[in-house]
Design a protein around this ligand. Structure first.
Ligand code: ZN
Length: 456
């Protein structure tokens, strides 16, 4: 039977398996051979039928079969991939499982069990594991409203609620710290007392925390930083709406800090958003960021919850961030690759190209992901990608945008002075003084203001 199965003779393997199916010692093996041989023959109906006949012993295979079956019938149907279904199923559930989603009073969807904070959403629950002495009952309700809005608004318009506006501005700055190059540069130019808040995705995925752990340890041990490390599964919320695992919106990476604002007396939350996504739109077209609806809305929204929105590297490109890290003797502890093993990067991802390439770390320009991104139109993070190609003398790797590649991009590592004006006043001078220690300011006319790579 084994030989037949290994040879791919499914019918034959199955015939043998049926002969021993009733021998108690062999049942499990026989069932496995039978159901897997049907799976290998793409007989999904039989896989589903046998699984239910055999006490759902082959649930995983059966889920895959259901997925294939439904996708076959209606390719555009929004059904979850078995891997996602398994993740949904394996999530921890609260004790208070009966509670219903409250559309009107958003604050009612939050509660605490031990040091775990739960948030109910229309498709389930999400949670954060807070420090031991955290108390939700003494946390200002506007912080909960802001958290829900940041995580659910893309799909639940009811989460847009009016704030009481009574929370006093806290006194400390905190940074949503991902341990990548941009947020490390942000940490290096922010005030000494800045709290670094790491969001730890607490379910299994392709993401590997080992590179981040190394830097977190260094920040604590060698640089005396206060590091707050919070586990959460909120990156699964998007998957209920048939999106990939990840942050619901730009500020989702800081929800742990929003929730902790009263606990740590936080008065500003910083994000390591570089120039590529502030004064440049999608890294390729200049815009007046301070006038965008996006910036105005969120600045106002955070402020009414007693938090200043702090974008310390909004005037610094990804290349400038790399330079700050390079000049801070932090590179031995830093690696932006999310698939690295704590020693090096994977050498094949877009981050390895964009962040590790310019500092002389190995990467494979022929790697699938790098080639896919380089061929995409428009080119993602275009200005920075072009700068990297120019730095590494790899201009021939890309055919489009050649005129731009011929121009001098060395200004890309300078700081953009107008960005100083959006830094919270109480930390403005201090932050920009540090920025100038690393990067010279651009002089007028600022070359970035004429960037429009695709004539949009
Ligand atoms: Zn990588």
């Amino acid at each position: 039977m084994r030989r037949a199965y290994n040879d791919g003779s499914w019918e034959k393997a199955r015939r043998y398996a049926f002969q021993i199916l009733d021998q108690p010692k062999e049942t499990q093996l026989a069932r496995s051979v039978i159901i897997r041989s049907f799976w290998n023959q793409e007989n999904t109906t039989e896989v589903i039928r046998l699984n239910s006949l055999w006490d759902n012993e082959f649930d995983e295979l059966s889920l895959k079969a259901e997925y294939v079956l439904q996708k076959g019938e209606s390719p555009n149907s929004e059904i979850h991939h078995p891997r996602i279904l398994k993740l949904h199923k394996n999530q921890i559930r609260p004790q208070n499982e009966q509670k219903q989603w409250n559309d009107e009073d958003i604050v009612d969807n939050f509660w605490q069990e031990g040091s775990r904070v739960w948030m109910l959403h229309p498709h389930g629950w999400t949670f954060w594991d807070m420090p031991g002495n955290f108390s939700l009952s003494t946390t200002h309700p506007d912080l909960l409203r802001l958290t829900a809005e940041v995580l659910l608004y893309p799909w639940q318009k009811s989460t847009l609620q009016s704030f009481e506006g009574t929370r006093k501005l806290g006194s400390l700055p905190a940074l949503a710290f991902s341990a990548g190059t941009d947020s490390t540069a942000a940490a290096l130019v922010m005030p000494e007392e800045t709290i670094l808040g790491y969001h730890r995705r607490n379910f299994e995925s392709i993401l590997d925390h080992r590179n981040a752990d190394k830097l977190l340890e260094h920040m604590k041990r060698d640089r005396g930083k206060q590091v707050v490390d919070i586990s959460s599964n909120h990156e699964l919320i998007r998957t209920y709406y048939h999106k990939q695992i990840g942050f619901s919106s730009d500020f989702a990476s800081g929800t742990h800090l929003i929730l902790l604002a009263d606990h740590f007396d936080i008065g500003a939350i910083a994000f390591g958003t570089p120039l590529d996504n502030t004064w440049l739109s999608k890294g390729r077209k200049f815009r007046k960021f301070e006038d965008t609806r996006y910036f105005k809305y969120w600045t106002e929204r955070f402020l009414s919850a007693g938090i200043e929105l702090f974008l310390p590297i909004a005037g610094i490109s990804e290349a400038g961030a790399i330079k700050i890290c390079q000049d801070s003797e932090i590179l031995p502890y830093l690696n932006s690759c999310l698939r690295g093993d704590g020693k090096k990067g994977c050498e094949g991802c877009w981050k390895c190209f964009l962040k590790n390439g310019p500092i002389g770390r190995p990467f494979d320009i022929q790697a699938n992901e790098i080639q896919t991104f380089l061929r995409r139109k428009p080119l993602p993070t275009a200005t920075h990608a072009l700068w990297v190609l120019q730095q590494l003398n790899l201009e021939s790797e890309i055919l489009e945008l050649s005129t731009f590649l011929e121009s001098d991009l060395s200004w890309w590592t300078s700081s953009y002075p107008p960005a100083k004006e959006i830094i919270p006043l109480r930390w403005r001078e201090e932050t920009w003084k540090k920025i100038h220690q690393y990067l010279a300011p651009l002089v007028e006319p600022y070359p970035i203001e004429s960037i429009n790579l695709y004539d949009e």
